[in-house]
Write a protein that binds this ligand. Structure first.
Ligand code: HEM
Length: 453
């Protein structure tokens, strides 16, 4: 993608055997595609499964809906993600993060990506499915994670015409059936409980549209699966990259430590305190600019449209990419550098900086994700200093969510007088596997001249 942008600018096409794929970068074309949901539809899952199959029901959530159906469901799914609903999750988040770091020991070697993925599995399953049946919630979360992974791997076959990749299709359908049975067990449990809880599933069971109609079990199954899939790895990856960037930039890490301990005195932030941490905000914004968890996604035009130089008559997949758009030098000078202070002087348009996408289909969980990040990072950063291990093999894989594979961060605990976190070796060796078979991602180089404020 990066080479395409460098060679052809902000709109480019790849064509193979009559199949055309359009790529748009930068605010102009991104706005045209993301703001017009009538012309450009979402087509998130490549493999929908046969009609009436579990796979079809599980892939029938917000991300795959369009038109009136999308509007109706978005209104119903919106409620659990409003500020007043998600504020209820602050204590659960504080409890889960404290439990996680309670098990960490100074001097340990840890795989932070694994830790964050595991932590977010607990967080997401509790918030979505409830706190009273943690084991069932966790099992469902784990199964959704595996099912999403299979969808991604097999779905790539539809994208890059590789017949070998589609061989596991029947395995995917079987997995979908097992997963659906578990989600249904949870729905039945919730429907039978006299008191529904504050978890998202309970709120969805209670939700009604304008005509007073609630969701059917099949609709709940689709929404629950997609919500989990949308929430889990995106947030785990953002946490991992943010901690990595802080470890890689010790001066910024120290300034953040000062801000956090000054306001929070070692405690997990309350909701009011979240408003008093401006450097934390800039760090998270910059982390999501330079390493956005959702590196690309796609739309498909459902009516003829002129997009830049291309007249698109038949349905054509269109890729938009926060990862590439966030690194355009005309929008973000020194784009490859992690510079949180740039946010003191820039206010990019929502189509130039869009880690949560933009327009009528913007991420519904953005506020929840922000709260999770702004509670978890301070809890960890006040207790532990992370150091990238000598010769650490930091690999990034560009997928529709960006997975960070095998980062090894070595950390020590703060003792009394704070010392600067040490980087033994900045991000040694990185590689990208498969982004339309030809692309490399640059892990931000260590910034040499951080200006702290
Ligand atoms: C750092 C974490 C997250 C990032 C980076 C992120 C990013 C995104 C992006 C880029 C999209 C647009 C995808 C597209 O249109 O193709 C999206 C959509 C969505 N996200 Fe998130 N997301 C995050 C967390 C969450 C959470 C925590 C939830 C809910 C529990 C969530 C729920 C959704 C939903 C439901 C949609 C579909 C909205 C629609 O189509 O109307 N996301 N997200």
């Amino acid at each position: 993608m990066r080479r395409l942008q460098q060679l052809h600018g902000n709109i480019a096409a790849l064509e193979e055997e009559g199949q055309r794929l359009i790529f748009v970068f930068g605010p102009h074309y991104t706005q045209q595609v993301l703001s017009d949901s009538k012309t450009f539809h979402s087509r998130f899952f490549a493999l929908r499964g046969p009609k009436n199959s579990a796979q079809r029901r599980l892939t029938s959530g917000l991300l795959t809906m369009n038109g009136e159906e999308h509007k109706r469901h978005r209104r119903m799914v919106f409620e659990p993600f409003q500020k007043k609903s998600i504020e209820n999750y602050r204590d659960a988040l504080a409890d889960l993060v404290q439990r996680m770091i309670g098990e960490w020991k100074a001097g340990q070697l840890r795989n932070i990506f694994r830790d964050m993925t595991h932590y977010m599995l607990r967080v997401t399953s509790s918030i979505l499915f409830g706190f009273d049946l943690p084991d069932l919630a966790y099992t469902i979360g784990h199964m959704i994670e595996q099912w999403m992974g299979m969808n991604h791997e097999l779905g790539m076959g539809a994208f890059i015409s590789d017949p070998g990749i589609t061989q596991g299709y029947s395995g995917l359908l079987q997995m979908a059936e097992k997963l659906e049975a578990q989600i249904l067990a949870m729905i039945n449990h919730r429907r039978q409980s006299a008191n529904l809880g504050n978890d998202v599933l309970s709120l969805l069971i209670r939700a009604r549209d304008e005509s007073g109609t609630g969701m059917t079990d099949a609709e709940l199954i689709g929404q629950a699966a997609i919500l989990f899939g949308a929430a889990h790895l995106t947030t785990a990856n953002t946490l991992t990259w943010t901690l990595f960037l802080l470890a890689q930039h010790p001066e910024i890490g120290s300034a953040l430590f000062d801000e956090l301990t000054g306001v929070l005195k070692g405690e997990v932030p309350t909701l009011d305190q979240l408003e008093q941490l401006p450097l934390l905000d800039r760090v998270i914004k910059e982390s999501m600019r330079v390493l956005p968890a959702s590196s690309y996604s796609q739309r498909i035009n459902v009516m003829p449209v002129q997009l830049g130089p291309f007249q698109l008559n038949g349905a054509t997949p269109i890729i938009f990419s926060p990862l590439i758009s966030h690194r355009l030098p005309d929008q973000f000078p020194e784009p490859e550098h992690f510079l949180p202070e740039r946010w003191l002087s820039i206010a990019p348009s929502p189509y130039a900086y869009f880690p949560f996408a933009a327009g009528p289909r913007m991420c519904l969980g953005a506020t929840l994700a922000q709260m999770t990040l702004r509670i978890t990072v301070p809890a960890i950063w006040q207790r532990f200093r992370l150091t990238v291990l000598d010769g650490a093999d930091i690999q990034a894989q560009v997928r529709s969510t960006m997975a960070c594979i095998r980062p090894k961060l070595f950390f020590q605990q703060f003792h009394g007088k704070r010392q600067h976190p040490r980087i033994r070796s900045p991000a040694a060796g990185h590689s990208i596997q498969r982004c339309f078979q030809a692309s490399r991602l640059t892990i931000p180089r260590r910034t040499r001249r951080p200006k702290l404020s």
